[in-house]
Write a protein that binds this ligand. Structure first.
Ligand code: AMP
Ligand code: ZN
Length: 467
């Protein structure tokens, strides 16, 4: 079945076909590891995960690169302010490498909690300084770059067209109100490829221009090229990447290879909180841990993200996220009921659901619609193992870990039980493992006396408070 993806470059949905059938080559802009990733950032990685899973569901192999920015990302995307890593290091009284390691580890722990598949290749900027240097030298050789007292800059006037991705009006802005302070730049939108390091900058490398460090955009161009070649299939990021970061990546690649590096450019819209922007000053930047403290599992946040298409804004409130938490529990319960069902479903019916699901996810990853199909199956009056198997198949795309539904349901019940009861449950589990049936019965009676009903089912023991 055909796959349709929206391409920011052409501003339309296009049929997707890989350049090379053996593997779809994807590059995703990854985190800048100077702080905890927040739920907005994770909306971007959840979108990346859906794209991966949909392509794999369509039987494609993937060669997917995600970068870790651990140098060169200044406070503003357009070369103003300080390197985010250096600033965080100073604030936390650590060196930038320690900062990078600490937040990278937490980032991948959170990715796992969200059941986001790890891309095949994780590329750290500081591991690719050589490749970036070569790229910049190539740009200078091709006449696209020049040196100033601050560093090496890309000359956008040498391109046939800039911008190509966004509709940023470069000419208007040149004449407009925004005064460019760097008089050494040939054009206001020229951007830094390489930055000469101030004395106190910790991350810096030898280069023909003295001790210096790479600009942010060059890492993605150089690492993308190294692992995926001059032209690959898909490049992903957040909508904030469109006007500067991705525009400049394209400029760099055109300057070196003459090619736009990716065929499809895909961008995820922002997550908003309480109807507005997430910001430190509003105190509304939440992490997965903070959601968990309020009873929202990472996977419930994932389900919450499926309530909106990736190209539309999504508004986060604790109330709506809690509804997703409840919905996730209901989905798990509905799935378990289907696993226990014995009805025989016509093959045609199963096929029809499969086709509908495939058509929906292949229509630019329409997860809200796909979830509609999932709910229809989960809640079907007819209870059948075939439906459970179908849900498990679809879960290859959803990534909600439905196969462990019973475990999550048990855990959630146990969490709300007093410690004394939990410890009795543990003892009874052990007694049953040791086939000590009399002790098991004794504990069951004791639990009963204390107001808890114990049931032994095929999937294990359930304990519920008497109403
Ligand atoms: P950063 O670590 O700041 O480079 O950002 C990592 C990713 O998160 C980028 O792809 C951004 O586009 C994305 N991002 C940042 N804020 C949000 C948000 N509120 N909603 C969705 N994506 C976001
Ligand atoms: Zn990037």
């Amino acid at each position: 079945m055909k796959i349709w993806l929206y391409n920011t470059l052409t501003k339309k949905k296009e049929e997707f076909k890989p350049i090379d059938e053996t593997a779809v080559r994807i590059y995703s802009c990854g985190p800048t590891v100077y702080s905890y990733a927040h739920i907005g950032n994770f909306r971007a990685y959840l979108f990346m995960d859906t794209l991966r899973r949909v392509l794999k569901y369509n039987k494609y192999n993937l060669k997917h690169v995600m970068n870790i920015t651990d140098v060169g990302h200044l406070e503003s995307d357009s070369d103003e302010g300080e390197d985010k890593m250096e600033k965080a290091a100073r604030k936390e009284n650590k060196n930038p490498y320690e900062i990078a390691k600490y937040y990278t580890d937490i980032f991948f722990r959170d990715m796992e909690r969200l059941n986001i598949e790890k891309p095949e290749i994780i590329a750290k900027a500081t591991d690719h300084i050589e490749e970036m240097l070569e790229f910049v030298k190539g740009l200078i050789k091709n006449g696209y770059a020049y040196e100033t007292s601050k560093g090496i800059y890309f000359d956008i006037s040498k391109l046939d067209k800039y911008p190509v991705l966004s509709n940023r009006k470069v000419d208007e802005q040149i004449a407009g109100a925004r005064v460019d302070v760097d008089t050494e730049k040939k054009n206001p939108y020229d951007f830094a490829l390489w930055i000469k390091a101030p004395e106190n900058h910790i991350m810096k490398w030898e280069s023909p221009w003295g001790l210096s460090y790479p600009g942010w955009h060059i890492e993605c161009s150089a690492m993308g090229r190294k692992y995926l070649g001059d032209e690959f299939d898909i490049h992903t990021g957040g909508i904030d990447h469109i006007p500067t970061h991705h525009e400049n990546e394209i400029a760099q690649s055109k300057g070196l290879t003459g090619k736009v590096p990716a065929r499809f450019w895909m961008h995820v819209e922002f997550l908003q909180v309480d109807g507005g922007k997430m910001s430190k000053s509003l105190g509304n930047i939440y992490t997965l841990d903070q959601l968990q403290e309020r009873g929202i599992e990472p996977l419930a946040y994932k389900l919450f993200c499926y309530t909106a298409h990736y190209r539309t804004k999504l508004n986060f409130t604790f109330d709506t996220a809690l509804s997703s938490q409840k919905a996730l529990m209901r989905l798990r319960e509905a799935f378990i009921k289907q696993t226990q069902g014995t009805e025989k479903i016509e093959n045609d019916k199963i096929k029809e659901y499969e086709n509908k699901f495939l058509e929906t996810i292949n229509d630019d990853l329409n997860m809200p619609f796909a979830m509609g199909i999932v709910w229809e199956i989960a809640r079907n009056e007819q209870k059948s193992k075939q439906y459970a198997d179908l849900l498990l198949k679809f879960d290859n795309v959803l990534g909600l870990d439905l196969k462990n539904s019973q475990k999550y349901l048990d855990d959630s019940k146990n969490i709300s039980l007093p410690e004394e009861i939990q410890s009795l449950i543990e003892k009874r589990k052990q007694a049953r493992e040791e086939k000590n049936w009399s002790l098991s019965d004794e504990i069951r009676d004791l639990l009963n006396e204390k107001g808890y009903i114990v049931k032994d089912t095929k999937e294990g023991m359930t304990v519920e408070r008497k109403e």
